[in-house]
Design a protein around this ligand. Structure first.
Ligand code: F6R
Length: 363
């Protein structure tokens, strides 16, 4: 049942304010304390966290690496499961390994989990399907509470994965004594504001639809982001490729001049994901480098960002103001809506893209 939407993907994008509020309420109590299912995780006594997933889930882990390292001072390794399992890396003492999977059945992720058995101190599963192999074989299961996801391209599972990882990073920061009382209060309030902000961000839909019609004419599209927004650039490019079949690539903005700038001309839209955060000035100079070469920049930012970016951008999408730490959760919305409307404009099969399966149970 698409509940009046044209596609399951559209329905699942629209559901995000509700499922995010649900996910948050399962982990964050009204008094601001966090609850983890038994046996919990002793972050104070961990030296390293290993985050393993495939596809979109890997990008959620990539965002979480910034959170765990910056908020909790906890070193994090991330990898895609297919590389991790065959590289057979050493798993250090005092480490936990976390396997993130919407379906809980992805073959490579399950194999990576089995490799870590008896090596990592604790095996953690972050899953949507709690009756899954990955959940069954882990010590600690953290459900993301996204509800059934039918669209092959992951949307609400991605943001709910981020929500659970955000709560975990907050818990780690507390356990490791990294937050002052006021920082803690600020982060909690900002996390609580997110479902409402996501609801507000969905208002860009008519604009995303208009811009999507223009993007549909492109052959190649570049996504740029810095810091916590780099994994979102990767996710935006993946989503667009999957459902519109337009070639898209993502780079960390600082990598632009190390190669990809050679691709820039007026036929390549460049989508810059840049909330007004501590790295915004750097993103502006990258945008100027693109525009100086005739590149067409679509800036996804907030009001302050749009003001400071000045003139010369091709298109803009204005997002609500958000705490920069949790911004990746909010900027998933424009990434999803741009991919969706570009695909709809091209007339592709949004819910069942060619060659893709919802659950990848073979290598
Ligand atoms: C992209 C997408 C895939 C999955 C990947 C992992 O939109 O859905 O990249 O994220 O196949 O699947 P799970 O999370 O079920 O392990």
């Amino acid at each position: 049942d698409k509940a009046g939407h044209r596609h399951f993907m559209a329905k699942e994008i629209a559901e995000q304010p509700v499922v995010l509020a649900e996910a948050l309420s399962r982990y964050l109590r009204p008094d601001g304390s966090l609850t983890l299912p038994e046996p919990g995780l002793d972050f104070a006594n961990l030296d390293r966290l290993v985050l393993i997933a495939c596809g979109t889930g890997h990008y959620a882990c990539h965002v979480a690496k910034y959170w765990f390292e910056q908020l909790a001072g906890l070193p994090v390794d991330i990898d895609v499961a297919s590389e991790f399992r065959y590289r057979e890396p050493p798993v250090p003492a005092r480490s936990a390994a976390l396997f993130l999977s919407q379906s809980g059945e992805t073959a490579d992720t399950l194999a990576a989990l089995r490799y870590c058995k008896g090596k990592a101190d604790r095996l953690v599963a972050v899953v949507n399907v709690t009756e899954s192999s990955i959940a069954r074989e882990s010590d600690l299961v953290l459900p993301i509470h996204a509800g059934v996801e039918i669209g092959v391209a992951s949307t609400k599972a991605f943001t709910c994965q981020l929500m659970v990882l955000a709560c975990l990073a907050l818990e780690a920061a507390r356990a490791r004594g990294r937050l002052t009382g006021s920082e803690d209060a600020r982060l909690v309030a900002a996390l609580r504001a997110l479902p409402g902000l996501v609801h507000q961000a969905l208002d860009i839909e008519p604009e995303a639809e208009r811009i999507g019609r223009k993007l549909a004419e492109a052959r190649d599209i570049l996504f740029l982001g810095r810091g916590r927004m780099y994994p979102l650039a990767l996710e935006g490019a993946l989503k667009l490729k999957e459902i519109s079949y337009i070639h898209a690539e993502a780079y960390a903005s600082g990598e632009l001049k190390h190669g990809p700038i050679a691709l820039i001309d007026d036929s390549v839209p460049v989508i810059v994901l840049a909330p007004h955060d501590e790295l915004f000035d750097k993103s502006v100079s990258n945008m100027q480098e693109v525009m100086a070469r005739g590149g067409r920049v679509l800036l996804v930012s907030d009001r302050k960002g749009a003001e400071e970016a000045g003139t010369g951008v091709w298109e803009e999408l204005a997002m609500p103001q958000v705490d920069p730490v949790w911004a990746p959760l909010l900027y998933a919305i424009p990434a999803q809506l741009l991919a969706y409307h570009t695909a709809v404009a091209k007339g592709t099969d949004v819910d069942q893209p060619r060659n893709l399966a919802k659950s990848v149970t073979v290598e």
